[in-house]
Write a protein of this length. Structure first.
Length: 324
């Protein structure tokens, strides 16, 4: 028997319970892994609250790191003892051990420890598809990034700067502005007291930006469109402030033949070969030191309800890891 965090109904952090669970042996194409560290992400709150409906009862969490204990029939590229991590997998990371499709697991390079891996896989792979695929950031670009002091934001700011881009980051406080500047942002905008549309116009001398990366949603999205240059791309990859209202597509014409996309990691990483290629790029920028992964908070896995409450209250910065 092993233990996992489960929930039987949607709601606040209090619905998360620590339960004993029975794991069988891995089936065809599966592996059994023992977690050492698990990542915390805003999407976990969406799943727990019911914003993203899932079948209940359910486990939670899509990002973790640990060690392979056993592999099922047909698994040839993993063996017991391998250090692995994942960030694009079925829910169930909030557990001491789990069964998982082996094609979702990525072998960890020696230079990346488990805690770092648990903090970077989902967020780092998200950054990879956003800045290398959704819109391919290039040297000389000036881009706008909301929630620049969040887990994705701190990685994206560093990686985009490494590519030669100028990053404008919006944040909620002066403390978060300092953090964002230390992680790649050339300019920061404290949105609680500054009009970010006006500031983007000033910073870019009226040219605006080719892409906005928006994980905030309701509170920022329409203004994000106003920051885009003609033919610009609005990449809405989250909605921490709530869902965006239905959009009159005529606005996209009026504002300069704009593009809007609502991408997800699961789509970009659906094929194993794509997932491996994305992870290779991520591992390279982390191992080179171009992107530093900093775990700012840790909680015991059993205390994940408290971690959820702190994340929702914006008390956290950067990456949070649950230790098993």
């Amino acid at each position: 028997m092993t233990h996992a965090i489960r929930f039987h109904k949607t709601g606040g952090p209090e619905v998360l319970v620590w339960e004993e669970v029975k794991l069988g042996r891995p089936g065809a194409g599966e592996a059994r892994i023992r977690h050492t560290a698990v990542g915390l992400n805003f999407v976990d709150i969406y799943n727990r609250s019911g914003l993203y409906p899932i079948q209940l009862p359910s486990g939670l969490g899509g990002e973790g790191a640990g060690v392979v204990e056993e592999v099922g029939p047909g698994v040839t590229d993993l063996k017991p003892g391998d250090r692995v991590a994942y960030g694009a997998a079925p829910l169930g990371a909030y557990a001491e051990e789990r069964l998982i499709p082996a094609d979702r697991l990525l072998k960890l390079p020696d230079g990346i420890d488990d805690k770092t891996a648990a903090a970077m896989m989902l967020k780092g792979l998200t950054v990879q598809y956003l800045i290398r695929q959704t819109y391919r950031v290039k040297s000389g670009d000036t881009i706008l990034l909301h929630a620049a002091a969040g887990g994705v934001g701190l990685i994206l700011g560093q990686w985009a700067k490494h590519l030669g881009a100028t990053v404008i980051g919006t944040v909620g406080s002066d403390e978060k502005a300092k953090l964002a500047k230390a992680h790649g942002c050339a300019h920061t905008i404290v949105y609680s007291r500054e009009d970010f549309v006006k500031r983007v116009e000033e910073i870019t001398e009226g040219k605006k930006v080719p892409v906005v990366y928006d994980s905030v949603g309701k509170d920022t999205f329409l203004k994000s469109l106003d920051c885009l240059a003609p033919l610009g791309v609005a990449a809405l990859f989250g909605q921490s402030s709530g869902s965006v209202e239905p959009l009159n597509l005529g606005l996209l014409a009026q504002k300069g033949s704009l593009f809007v996309t609502r991408p997800t990691l699961n789509t970009y990483a659906a094929k194993h070969e794509n997932l491996v290629a994305m992870a290779k790029e991520l591992f390279e920028v982390v191992l080179s030191g171009a992107v530093k992964i900093e775990v700012h908070q840790t909680y015991p896995l059993k205390d994940v309800a408290r971690a959820h409450a702190d994340l929702a209250a914006r008390k956290t910065t950067g990456s949070t890891v649950l230790l098993v």
